[in-house]
Structures are given as structure tokens and as C-alpha cells.
Write a protein that binds this ligand. Structure first.
Ligand code: 1GP
Length: 240
């Protein structure tokens, strides 16, 4: 079986930057998927993430099957809830919201997920998920009832990411939130990267090529973009 985590580590060794498109099943219908995935396939995008904060049950399941039939790229679940787990994907970001102090999102939902995961062959990618304030309230904050970390508290963010690594997590995801006003800034990315020995994912609020390049320049191994492509598919022209 393919080992997506090993592929990520190999890419980092080869200094190859990774780019994921986030598809929210709430916003992408099966009909829309065909044209969209065609463009994804022609771009430099390396991974397809699927997930959202408020997706209805079963919607993710059929959308993921459709995407799998249209693309050979790895499809990784980025679930807002246990109901979004489907065996049709390749892997799952098994998230723990370590920036927050809500036990439901630190360990509660994960325990509930286990009986579902037993029925799948999904590759599990334990991920420390860190929400950072970006100028406005995000749906992650609303749904999880947690407070994002302050942008100024760089040492606390670095320590939180390191704690995730020391707990055995395999990835750290610095999240500004979908549609964030400010993406994660250079200081935060570089400070976390400097102290971290596991791959670093950065996402939220990246709206142009410069912000994308900067995220890589300061240390992101994998960048996630969603809203910019939902709102303007001509952005794919920058990704060819
Ligand atoms: C959100 O990090 C992702 O979870 C992507 O954010 O939609 O703002 O690109 P955007």
C-alpha cells in the first residue's frame, strides 16, 4: 500500500514543496467536481484535502468517490466532524486541536472516530492542529468553541507545536482559518519551523501568489489553499 507520510518526508528531503487544495463538500457539488478536478490535475497541486466545518452526513462520501474517479492525486480527509470519515479516501488527518482547551476536540471526537476507522484502510496521519487568530472569527473557532492563539504569542505557538511533536504527532498544521483576513505570518512560520522536526502544514487566508511563495520561503512544507480557488478558478493559471 502507498505510504503517503513517507512520500511527504521524501519530498521534503528532495526540497520539493507540496500544495494541497482544500475542497469543502458544502460548497462543491458532484456536478461541479468534474471541471474543477480537471484543472487540479493540470496544476502543480500535489494533494487534495476534503473537509469542512458543517458538512451534512454522506455528502463527503459521494464527493470523495467522485474525486477519486477523476484524479490520481492522494485524497486526504480533513474532517470537521466524525461524520466526514469515509473509507473512499486515501488518508485522514487525525486532528487534535492543540491550540484550544476543549477536551472534545483534543481527544473526545477522536475516541468516537475509532469504531469508524476500524472499518477503513485509511492511512492515519496524527496532526497537531493549531488555530491562530487572523483578524476575524473563523468557523473552526465557532464550531470548536476554542480561542485561537494570539499572533503575537510566538513562543507559545512554538511551544505548542513542539508539544505536539513530543506527543508523537506526525504533522503540525498552522491554521489561520478558511477565508482568513491575514494568513499565518512569516515570523510564526519560521519560528515554528526552526524548532520542529516533523513536516509543517500552513493554511488559511492565502489569496495570492506572493503569499503562497512566502509561506514556502519561511518554512511551510505543505501549503493548503481553498477559498482563493473557490472564488476565482483563474487562480489555477498561477499553478501550472
Ligand atoms: C482552511 O487552511 C485552509 O482550513 C484553507 O484556507 O480557504 O482560506 O484558503 P483558505
Amino acid at each position: 500500500m502507498k505510504n503517503l507520510y513517507q512520500d511527504i518526508l521524501d519530498s521534503i528531503l528532495k526540497k520539493k514543496k507540496l500544495l494541497a487544495v482544500l475542497i469543502d463538500p458544502d460548497k462543491m457539488t458532484i456536478e461541479m467536481a468534474t471541471g474543477f478536478i480537471e484543472k487540479v490535475n493540470k496544476s502543480v497541486i500535489t494533494h487534495i484535502f476534503v473537509g469542512g466545518s458543517t458538512v451534512k452526513e454522506h455528502v463527503t462520501n459521494s464527493l470523495v468517490s467522485k474525486i477519486k474517479s477523476l484524479s490520481n492525486l492522494p485524497v486526504i480527509l480533513f474532517p470537521g466532524d466524525v461524520s466526514q470519515i469515509t473509507k473512499n479516501a486515501d488518508a485522514l488527518l487525525f486532528l487534535s486541536l492543540i491550540s484550544g482547551r476543549n477536551p472534545e476536540y483534543l481527544i473526545g471526537k477522536q475516541v468516537v472516530a475509532v469504531s469508524k476507522l476500524r472499518k477503513t484502510n485509511l492511512e492515519i496521519l496524527p496532526t497537531g492542529y493549531i488555530l491562530i487568530e487572523n483578524g476575524k472569527e473563523t468557523s473552526v473557532q465557532r464550531v470548536t468553541k476554542t480561542i485561537p492563539m494570539a499572533r503575537k504569542s510566538i513562543q507559545a505557538i512554538v511551544n505548542t507545536a513542539k508539544a505536539g511533536e513530543l506527543l508523537g504527532m506526525k504533522l503540525i498544521y498552522l491554521e489561520a482559518g478558511s477565508g482568513a483576513t491575514h494568513p499565518i505570518n512569516a515570523d510564526i512560520i519560521s519560528s515554528v519551523k526552526e524548532d520542529l522536526n516533523i513536516p509543517l502544514i500552513v493554511g488559511g487566508g492565502i489569496k495570492n501568489n506572493q503569499q503562497l511563495k512566502e509561506a514556502y520561503k519561511y518554512g511551510a512544507d505543505l501549503v493548503v489553499i481553498g477559498t482563493v480557488l473557490e472564488e476565482d478558478e483563474s487562480f489555477f493559471n498561477n499553478l501550472i
